[in-house]
Design a protein around this ligand. Sequence first.
Ligand SMILES: C[S@@+](CC[C@H](N)C(=O)[O-])C[C@H]1O[C@@H](n2cnc3c(N)ncnc32)[C@H](O)[C@@H]1O
Length: 283
Amino acid sequence: MWRRNAINNAIAANVPVKEVDWLLQHISDLDSLTLRLESFKTRSTILLQKSIEQITILWQKRLTEHLPVQYIVGRVSWRNFELDVSPSVLIPRPETELIIDIVQQANCYTKDSQWVDLGTGSGAIALGLASVFPDAIIHAVDCSEAALAIAKTNAVKTGLISQIQFYQGSWWTPLSHVKGKVQGMVSNPPYIPSSQLPQLQPEVFEHEPHLALDGGTDGLDAIRYLVKASPEYLTSGGLWLIEAMAGQATTVVEMLSQQKEYENIKVICDLRGIERFILAFRH
Ligand SMILES: C[S@@+](CC[C@H](N)C(=O)[O-])C[C@H]1O[C@@H](n2cnc3c(N)ncnc32)[C@H](O)[C@@H]1O
């Protein structure tokens, strides 16, 4: 009954109805299949971690305050992980999952190599790298102390903490000790032009950290820095891979070409066909 009402509220508020089940999965003993097939109707008891009144308040926050359901439940599924999230970190996006496959397909992994995730947020990319390269060392950097706390928790919970070193600081700055030794740099930097932030969905603009979104006047401040600063840190043949916003790829390719320290520059689309990732290798 509660679920049916919540689904009706979601439709009326133009909120994806699947979010009702995301919420219920996290606060009950029901799994997604049971919810989808409504087979819970034949059960005599359903275990809830909160009262119906509390669940209703949380759902109202989703509907009226646009609070993302991932922040309400404090969890998100990303690749094979269940990650903790809070409003201190960007909710890792499904399209970013592909960045790990792109790294694997680039086929430049060497045993015991060092990899870097700049702007780690929840730690998603660092964890993805650690899981596909089990003997690599991953250096994960973020300037937000609160984000790093979440990333460390996720590294502990996923059992990958021994492979990841965390640093608080700006981009490459805390990593002077690995200059010239990094096999790959992967980053999903902030890339939204500042003036476009207010046009984002309220779920994003009002609740996700602007530090994770705001890429400066043209959205390219962080990317410009990553193009310029990375060659000093990468080994010869080292991988440079970032996620960018639709419409930015051509400019990023130009920046990389002009720098003259990169080769095999490629643009890779996400699953919706949007030019999303830019890959290059250090000469
Ligand atoms: C778009 S989020 C990406 C988070 C995560 N890597 C992901 O893909 O879900 C960008 C991240 O960069 C971090 N960031 C912003 N400016 C930074 C800086 N100057 N140095 C290091 N990290 C920074 C933000 O705190 C945020 O966690």
